[in-house]
Structures are given as C-alpha cells and as structure tokens.
Design a protein around this ligand. Structure first.
Ligand SMILES: *Cc1c(COP(=O)(O)O)cnc(C)c1O
Length: 521
C-alpha cells in the first residue's frame, strides 16, 4: 500500500487526478468540521416558540423576569440537531470499532442488556419507593449478589460501591473495621509496584502507609520480598490478579497464606476478573476482599452505555463489616433493604455507608442480563476467548514490538509491549497517535510503570479474528514505521479532526466552558 499523503488522499483511492489540498467548507466529504455552538448562533434566533410572558397572569412572578436575554447561542432546531450530530461523528465509540485499552476491558455491550435496563419496571423505579412496591428490583439485586458470590466463592458482597476505585475504598474500610474490632492499629498496606494507581490512592485515602513490593524479572509479585516485609504493623496487601502485566499471579494462594499467618488481610483488585471468570474462584485463593467492575467483566464499558458499578465480594472474616444498606432475602421469600433505621448498625458490625442508596440499579440489571444470557458455562468461555484473543495479539506482534514478558509464558487477557527497539526519538505516544490515523482507538499507554513506554493491548473476547487481524495489521504497520523512524509518524494523527493536543495543558488547565463572551457577564 502506498503511504498516505498529507491530505489523507491515497493514490489507490481510484482517481488519477491530483488530490486537492482542501475544500471551501473545511469539510472533507464525510469528515466534518464543526465550530463551537457559540460560534454558530445568531442573537434572536430560537429553535422553539416561547410565548411572551403575561405579567397580568403572574404578577407574583414578574420580579423573576429577565431584564436581558440570556447569553445563549441562537440556533434553529435543525441547526442544533446538526451541530451535535456532526460533533458525534468526530467521536470514537465501542459501536464504531474496538477500544483496545488494557486494564479497561472495553467489550461490546449486548443490546439485550439495554432492552432489559429500559423496561419500565426497572428504569422507572425510585430509590425511595416503598420496599413492597419494588420487590422485583430488590430481587434483581439479590440474584446478582448470589451470582457474584457463587462465581467468586466468597461469603458476602457489598453491592453499593459505584465503581472499581469506590469498591477498593469499601474493601479497605472493611479491613480497617476488622482490625479495629481486633483492637489492632496496623498501619501499612503493601502494594506491588505494578499496581493500578487507584490501589495506593485508596490505601492513602483510608489512612494507611503504603510500601511497595517489587516485581520479579518475569513480571509477578516477588514472594520472598513480600514475606520478608510481613509483620505486626502490616494490615494487608493489595494485589491485582491477573496483574497489570497481563499475567496470572501463580503464587496468590501462598501470598494469601503468608499474609494471613502474619495477621493481615488480602485485598485483590478484581478489575481484570474478565480473564478468569468461571475458571478461578478468588475465594479459593484466600482473598478477603475484591471489587468487581460490573462495567468491565459484565459488559457496559465506560463510554458504551453506562456508569460504573463496583460490588465488593468479601470473605467470612470481612463480610460482617460490609456497608449499609444491603438487600436481605426474608424467610417468606420477600426482599428487605436493611438500613440504619432497622437497627442494622448495632445488629451488624457494618463500618457505615458508601453511597446514598443501594447502588447502580441500571448496571445491576445490565450485568444480570449479561450473566443470565451467558450462563456459567458461557462466562467461562468469555474468559477463555478473551485470553485466546490477547495471546493472538501478543504472538502476532512479538517480532514487531518488544514484548518484555513474552518468555514468561502465555499472557492472560491483555498483551504488554514496551518501547524498546523504536528508532531514536520515537516514543510510545507516536505509536498511539499513528493508530488514530489507522482508525483505531489507541491502547493503554505508559501503564503499567514496570515497563518502559508500556503499551497494554486488551482486545476482549468480543472481537472477531478478522477484526483482530485488521487491528494487528495496523499496529504492525505503525510499529514498523516507529522502528524505522518515519518522520511522518511524529506528526500523527494527520487524518483526525484535530492534530496532536497539548496533553499536559489539557490535564492541568482544562478549558471546559465557553469563555469568548466573558465581558457580557
Ligand atoms: C479500571 C481499574 C480500576 C478502577 O476502576 P474504576 O471503575 O475505573 O474506578 C482499578 N484497578 C484496575 C486494575 C483497573 O483496571
């Protein structure tokens, strides 16, 4: 294939005419440019007919009348609709192509989930509705809770945390409550250096001191270093399994036994549960608390249909400290949401409350729909296919990109590469930006930190072999250009609606609101 030129036109696209350098409108066929809505509007234009207020009818409201028109952009209805539709076409979405973001498990969100979540009996319930009127919804929470404890082999589950990081906080607060109950003030949480950033952040937020545990050369937790550090000041460990190098921590049971023997607890970051669901039960590995990202393992990724939800499964040692409220199945088959007012705080050892209500109902319905439509066998197949797809990516690209742990054996659900071997001056960022020109969302970059210039690719099980081959072909092409030092790659993306942005300024000084007309305030 010929290299594309600056304008995006390729000779093989059919015409032998010279390509134009631009168009009068700024649009390029179906690639649409779009200004800000404030730059589009005209004062005095309105998309809807609003009747003039009748001061005679509402004298008491007259003082609320505006003296001046609000500083809103004036657009007709079709202009407003087109504006947002044009913007939406500049976006990338899971329904357009794969999101190979390692650790994020961005899988296809089955339409069945959406249909179920939109059923009026679920979509229209109110969290303050009388319990006898929402027995079905409470039943969904209880049934999902049963699935989660069964799949993980754990004693209990806290359903209310709203995302993975929130679940981590819930689990670590359970550990703290259990230590308090024992009258012990253990202050240190051990966190491997490959941990997701939310792990040390959670530990610090809950008031623990963090100490790092090194990784072995093959990318796993250094068991000897961990054992050497255990002692009466150690509250426990926070370990991601499968870990963020895409590897299964084979010593997990030995780690857990050692931590328990030293009086500590084992928190497992279960964000990568997709790789082992239906295959391994964390409870059998000695884990005390683990959050499950419903929005990863059980579909509905961020950007693909919903918010997050991070239930935390708990061992018998930690379950009594679970937060309120929780759903309890009564002897007569009815469901009860157990709250503080019921005296639950005294009856249980609950550490308190994580959220105003019982959790993300919309995610519960979607996750349960996903689980029921797969069944236990289907969920095991999910894990198998996710691991197969990641290994296909790893082996297909190990000669084009440095794969630091390829010798450690098969990976789990994600393939890790480093920037070793790229031409002088070429970085992981150049590879990521080059992928955008190829029409793909980039992989996770510069994480985990144990590898220089990390590129973490998680295809998930929902990509076909043909789709994977297309992605692999593109990443291989970009990787080769980075190894050969193709100067055009330094300017990528050339074909996206915007070029390279200043990522530091975008994070440090985000401009999130229209500021063009501040003097009018
Ligand atoms: C996604 C993720 C988290 C955080 O989950 P959120 O739902 O985004 O808060 C924590 N750990 C790992 C390994 C993850 O991949």
């Amino acid at each position: 294939m010929n290299a594309p030129n600056q304008s995006g036109w390729r000779p093989e696209m059919g015409s032998t005419d010279a390509a134009p350098s631009g168009t009068a409108s700024g649009d390029k066929a179906l690639m649409l440019e779009e200004p800000l809505i404030f730059e589009l509007g005209r004062p005095g234009t309105c998309g809807v007919d609003i009747e003039a207020p009748d001061a005679d009818v509402m004298p008491s409201l007259a003082r609320f009348l505006r003296a001046e028109a609000p500083a809103l952009p004036g657009l007709s209805e079709p202009e407003a609709v087109r504006h947002y539709t044009r913007l939406s076409r500049q976006n990338y979405a899971i329904d357009l192509g794969p999101f190979p973001l390692g650790s994020c498990t961005m899988k296809h969100n089955p339409r069945l989930n959406e249909k179920v979540a939109r059923m009026a009996g679920f979509a229209d319930v109110h969290p303050l509705a009388p319990q006898q009127s929402v027995q079905g919804a409470l039943g969904v929470i209880a049934e999902l809770a049963d699935w989660l404890t069964t799949l993980t082999g754990m004693a209990g589950v806290a359903m209310s945390p709203k995302a993975g990081a929130h679940g981590e906080l819930c689990g670590v607060l359970c550990i703290k409550a259990a230590l308090d109950a024992r009258g012990e003030a253990r202050k240190v949480l051990l966190v491997p250096e490959s941990a997701h950033g939310t792990n040390p952040a959670t530990a610090a937020f809950a008031g623990f001191a963090i100490e790092n545990i090194p990784a072995t050369a093959e990318g796993r937790v250094d068991l000897a270093a961990l054992e050497a550090r255990l002692g009466p000041d150690v509250a426990g460990v926070m370990i991601t399994n499968p870990n963020t190098c895409g590897l299964f921590e084979r010593d997990m049971k030995r780690i857990a036994d050692a931590v328990h023997a030293a009086g500590g607890y084992v928190y497992c970051d279960g964000a990568n549960f997709n790789a082992i669901v239906g295959k391994v039960r964390p409870g059998d590995l000695g884990i005390d608390a683990m959050h499950i990202n419903l929005h990863k393992t059980f579909s509905t990724p961020h950007g693909g249909g919903g918010p997050g939800s991070g239930p935390v499964v708990l061992s018998a040692a930690l379950a009594p400290y679970a937060p309120l409220p929780f759903v309890q199945r009564q002897g007569d088959g009815t469901m009860r949401l157990v709250e503080e007012e019921d005296g639950a705080h005294e009856a249980t050892a609950s550490f308190g409350r994580m959220a105003a209500f019982h959790g993300q109902m919309g995610m519960f319905t979607r996750a349960l729909a996903y689980i029921l439509s797969h069944g236990a066998d289907g969920l095991a197949r999910v894990a198998e296919d996710a691991v197969l797809n990641a290994n296909y990516v790893l082996r297909s690209l190990e000669n084009d990109l440095d794969a630091p742990f390829a010798a450690s054996g098969p990976c789990m659900h994600e393939a890790l590469f480093s920037d070793a071997g790229l031409a002088e001056g070429f970085t992981t960022l150049d590879v990521a930006k080059g992928l955008i020109d190829e029409g793909f969302h980039p992989m996770t970059v510069y994480f985990p930190l144990v590898v220089h210039g990390a590129m973490l690719v998680e295809p998930t099980e929902t990509e076909s072999k043909a789709g994977l081959d297309r992605f692999i072909g593109s990443l291989r092409s970009v990787a080769r250009r980075a190894r050969q030092g193709d100067p055009a790659l330094k300017g990528a993306p050339h074909f996206a609606p915007r070029r390279r942005l200043d990522e530091t300024q975008a994070a440090r000084k985000p401009v999130l609101a229209w500021q063009g007309d501040r003097t009018a305030d």
